[in-house]
Design a protein around this ligand. Sequence first.
Ligand code: ZN
Ligand code: ZN
Length: 288
Amino acid sequence: MMAEPTKDAENVTPEKAFSLLGNETRVAIIQVLGEESDPLSFSAVRERVGTRDSGQFNYHLTKLVGSFVRRTDEGYELSYAGHRIVGAIHSGTYRRGDRMNFDLDSTCTVCETTIKATYENERVTVRCPGCETRLSEFGFPPGGFENRTITELTQVFGQYVDGIFSFMLRGICLNCSGKTVGKLIEETERIDDDAPAYVEVACDQCGETTTSHVNGYLLHHPVVASFHYDHGIDLDRSELWNLDLYRNESLTLLSSDPLSVGSTIELDGDRLELVINEDLSVSIETEQ
Ligand SMILES: [Zn+2]
Ligand SMILES: [Zn+2]
């Protein structure tokens, strides 16, 4: 069934859309609709929001129709933008302390000290206190702390950062769904070691950027995944920070212009030698 075009479908500018949210009743309407998967009638929404004055309530609800709320024959429901607002409200909710420290269930592959994560200013920093290496730093929404134990959180950090990177590598921005492009870069302020290159994936549309070790990128390559699998390591089920490959010891600079690096992965005496080019294409040099 095709939806009939209505005046609800008019374009709403970002300025107008966000100004619509500057009202308690309207935010409450969005939250109430976000709790239901089925459309709600006018009176059901009004009852749950708790506004006595029907005219006043109608005024606010009507303001939202066409941007965050859709009116259907069955009642009112959230539009995609409305669902994203509910997500933004939840992901911004944080009721614990400002700074938290975690011992991760991983040891440093260089000095065998237990790796730690610190949460501060809505960012997670993963580092080894033994050799003072910062392994990763990334934004993590406060809402991710809700209903999770400390143990669950320590597992979620690695999965979260790996999941974001995987999504961005597939050409989709996690922030705005715009097109992303990845490449090798020589330097980054986000990781403090002296690797010859890093992988950066950026969104043209909103500027979201994610940076990784080259070997962190290789973990997503099918040849690398199958090489590990053949040696009894399922990368999907491994703690990211525990993997030897996550660190840069095996990287060598092959060319500065265009940038390319070599990576050697060794497992049980077997070697996989790869070349990673500036455009992130990967070729296999040796597999033995
Ligand atoms: Zn260390
Ligand atoms: Zn984007």
